[in-house]
Design a protein around this ligand. Structure first.
Ligand code: DSN
Length: 418
């Protein structure tokens, strides 16, 4: 079926570039690199190995790699105001696994967000946590389904004695009650971990909770969602030297050998962009998400958590059962050049996973292309026209998107060398 033909692969890449630059990309876990970050990919770094730490490698010829990695670590520590960082995990899930492998032993009870409650696959039985224990219990939620119920969680902690709590999730609208639960965790020597993959850029911009300041032992995350870098993972912590030594072995040799140096270099540019523009970007992302939620709600679309202002992050959750469910709606929107994903909503049974009631929207990528509240109004009208009025909006979507092609919150437009 597939002939051996190099130019066909090149054509596919070109088609992807064209297509996705003419669609509204609302997948909550994606973002784009600036041109300057992108331009340093595909260098000689892409061919090399660098196991271990800068200055303590198992290979020769890594001096310049060491320089990039050391700078990146220094700047990440200062951006997140923390003492420890590991930039080597090659994805958020690998960062999770690197940490979980160090903290979870067979039989340990681990408390996580359920899948319908937004929990990430790596927190569950089929994912990373399930490799180490099967005793996984879910945080009790408040009736709205988008917040952890603190009182019931304290009761549950007393009843089941977890070893580890994993905050953070993939459907992530509101901050987690880290500050409310650290005291009870300290009393019982429970490790408090926080998966900040989705909200890392918002934390960096100072516009979301800072879990380390609230008392979490560490944050894991990916650096390519609201943190608009190359596809990699990260571990951040304020652990002391002894505890950090234990965590440090998780990424290497625990879960990977080399750490994909081609994506290391652009990240070391992204961190400068975050330091310079992170706060402005994070503010606009959250303002856009809340504005879009309000407008969709006014147009009769069932945006969740409206009693809480819809969201405090980059995401929105929408119940689309009346339009055929999450799977059908996500496919239909894709045919109209709007790209997002179906999502289980809280309190929905896991069996609904193939056609859940909801969809998840994230505005972080379109914000990076410069969209603001005015464009959110247009996007809400396009949703209504497509879903409620049953009209084709693909051409209008394309026309809108083609006006927003320049990556903002970057040094791309800078007249001077930065
Ligand atoms: N599954 C991704 C998400 O979309 O949230 C994270 O790995």
């Amino acid at each position: 079926m597939y002939e051996r033909n190099v130019s066909q692969i090149e054509e596919i890449v070109e088609k992807q570039n064209q297509w996705r630059s003419s669609t509204l990309n609302l997948i909550a876990s994606e973002n784009v690199l600036s041109n300057r970050a992108r331009r340093v990919m595909g260098s000689d770094f892409a061919h090399r190995y660098a196991e271990g730490h800068p200055g303590e490698r198992y290979y020769q010829g890594t001096e310049l790699i060491d320089e990039v990695e050391s700078r990146l670590k220094k700047h990440m520590k200062s951006l997140f105001h923390c003492r420890q960082v590991d930039v080597r995990p090659i994805s958020g899930t690998i960062a999770n696994d690197a940490v979980f492998s160090r903290f979870i032993r067979p039989g340990d009870v681990v408390m996580v967000n359920s899948t319908p409650g937004g929990g990430h696959i790596s927190h569950h039985r089929a994912g990373s946590v399930g490799k180490y224990t099967t005793n996984i219990v879910n945080f009790p939620l408040t009736p709205d389904g988008y917040h952890i119920d603190v009182e019931r969680t304290i009761e549950l902690i007393r009843a089941v004695s977890p070893k580890v709590l994993i905050f953070g999730k993939s459907l992530f609208l509101f901050p987690e009650p880290v500050a409310d639960l650290v005291a009870v965790c300290r009393e019982r020597d429970i490790a408090v971990l926080y998966d900040g993959a989705h909200v890392l850029g918002l934390i960096a911009g100072g516009c979301f909770q800072n879990p380390l300041q609230e008392g979490a032992l560490l944050i894991t995350g990916s650096v390519h969602k609201t943190f608009f870098g190359s596809q990699r993972g990260i571990i951040l912590s304020n652990a002391g030297e002894n505890e950090w030594r234990k965590i440090d072995k998780g990424a290497f040799p625990g879960s990977s050998s080399n750490h994909h140096l081609d994506t290391l270099v652009p990240l070391s540019i992204t961190v400068y962009e975050m330091m310079e523009f992170g706060q402005e970007y994070a503010r606009q992302v959250i303002a856009n998400a809340r504005h879009l939620g309000k407008k969709l709600h006014e147009l009769g679309i069932k945006v969740q958590a409206h009693e809480f202002g819809y969201t405090e992050s980059h995401q929105l959750a929408v119940d689309v059962m009346e339009f055929g469910g999450g799977d059908e709606v996500a496919r239909h929107l894709k045919d109209n050049n709007i790209i997002l994903n179906m999502n289980l909503l809280p309190h929905e049974p896991l069996e609904n996973v193939a056609n859940p009631s909801g969809i998840r929207l994230g505005v972080q990528e379109m914000t990076r292309f410069g969209m603001k509240e005015t464009e959110m109004d247009i996007i809400a009208e396009l949703f209504k026209k497509c879903l409620v009025d049953g009209k084709y909006v693909g051409d209008e979507v394309k026309e809108l998107r083609l006006q927003y092609q320049q990556v903002q919150y970057s040094f791309d437009q800078s007249a001077v060398e930065v």
